[in-house]
Design a protein around this ligand. Structure first.
Ligand code: FAD
Length: 389
């Protein structure tokens, strides 16, 4: 293999380049990215950058020292075996890493609509929030909750409009998400649940029942779609992202996929997973690079992510869809530090969500990995160390 092309210069792309070199690949590497920036981290965009504590989040990686041909501002437009078609001509490859991430979904309507995906989005929003405008955030998912936190901190009047019955309903289920409703109240954020938005208008939004809601700034946080449109017609298998096996190999020989755009086969959970979180973009490239270079590597993590919202550190590990039931560890009404454990039918931990209990998260992740049976009575007692359950 002489030339590897990596498409997408986000975290998964830059980690792929590093992993290729770490696995001893001495050939040519070209990294192309649609954005005009060096690779940077996205989690701080909705946290430190919006809060004015950071202006840039570049990933520390010396592309020159790794002898990588980095081409910012270049997009992939199409793929045929052995050739990536780009906005700057054709790029032949022997090996290809697809790391094009995901793109925010936008709502209908003629009004100005902000999303938060790039550093440019974050800096623009920060400037707007500084004026203390009325902000409507559409969606109480991870991004919506973090944007609402930052906007409120900046002194904005904030309304969050959520179609589900609770915040985080899509990610965690409404029953679990409902435990975060008091966080909105305490922060002085107005939360409209079970409320759909029809359009974004020049002076705010219109709800599905026709009610207008005035806002100076509208931020849409209703999810993302894998950025794989450029692969249409390439013959590569797509189904909620780029379909890969457990080695992160796609249906085309010599092509692997990583990060937000990849739907990989999870040996552990016996299902296909596409996880739009930082830890996946960080960890998957090592396996993808090894697979591309002919090594036998399997990507089989316990998925992990975190979110910082309304002064709480929320962390999650596992795959709760594999669970039969859910138990509370602690009482969210009485103690701000609590956790939820999702258990299989035979009392093994499938997933854990922790709020301000980082030790539970670390131990819980190990319990999901280990797969041992647990004493559920002990598990429900937050005074008992999780690893002793
Ligand atoms: P991306 O970071 O999306 O990178 C893909 C790159 O490919 C982009 O630069 C894109 O422009 C480029 N690209 C797309 N199409 C093309 C094309 N056709 N040609 C060339 N280039 C292309 N995760 C957590 O676990 N915890 C958090 O707290 C957290 N906070 C977040 C906050 C924000 C605001 C955002 C946006 C995400 C957050 N995430 C968080 C998610 C995490 O950042 C993502 O999972 C991670 O960035 C995915 O990395 P990636 O490299 O797969 O994709």
């Amino acid at each position: 293999m002489n030339h590897v092309v990596v498409v997408g210069a986000g975290l998964a792309g830059v980690r792929s380049v590093e992993a290729l070199r770490a696995h001893g690949f001495g050939g040519r590497i070209t990294l192309i990215g649609e954005e005009r920036h060096r690779p940077y981290d996205r989690p701080p965009l909705s946290k430190a950058v919006l809060a004015g504590e950071a202006d840039s989040t570049f990933v520390e990686s010396d592309l020159d020292a790794m002898d990588v041909g980095f081409r910012p501002g270049v997009s992939a437009k199409g793929l045929r075996p052995g050739v990536v078609e780009t906005t700057e001509g054709e790029l032949p490859y022997d090996g290809l890493v697809i790391a094009t991430g995901a793109t925010p979904i936008r709502l209908r309507g003629e009004g100005p609509q902000h999303v938060l995906r790039t550093i440019d989005d974050a800096l623009a929003l920060r400037e707007l929030f500084a004026g203390g405008p009325a902000v409507a955030v559409v969606g109480a998912g991870w991004i919506g909750a973090e944007v609402a936190t930052a906007a409120r901190k900046a002194g904005c009047e904030v309304t969050v409009v959520e179609a589900g019955d609770a915040p985080l309903a899509v990610a965690l289920g409404a029953e679990t998400g409902a435990y975060t409703i008091p966080w909105y109240e305490r922060a002085g954020v107005r939360l409209l649940l079970s409320t759909r938005v029809a359009t974004v208008d020049p002076d705010g939004i219109t709800l599905a029942d026709g009610t207008p809601l005035k806002a100076d700034v509208v931020v849409t946080g209703v999810g993302v779609r894998p950025a794989v449109g450029w692969l249409d017609g390439s013959g590569i298998r797509l189904d909620n992202g780029v379909v890969t096996d457990e080695h992160l190999r796609t249906s085309l020989p010599g092509v692997v996929a990583v990060g937000d755009c990849a739907a990989w086969w999870s040996r552990r959970f016996r299902t296909r997973l596409r996880v739009e979180h930082w830890d996946t973009a960080l960890g998957a490239p090592d396996v993808a690079a090894a697979s591309l270079l002919g090594e036998d590597a399997v990507y089989d993590p316990v998925p992990y992510f975190w979110s910082e919202q309304f002064g709480h550190m929320v962390q999650y590990a596992g795959h709760h869809q594999a669970a039969a039931r859910r138990v509370l560890r602690g009482d969210p009404a009485a103690d701000p530090k609590w956790a939820i454990c999702w258990l299989t039918a035979d009392d093994r931990l499938a997933a854990i969500l922790t709020v301000d209990r980082p030790r539970d998260l670390v131990q819980g992740r190990r319990l999901v990995e280990g797969g041992q049976r647990l004493d559920v009575e002990r598990l429900m007692d937050p005074a008992i160390t999780l690893r002793d359950c």
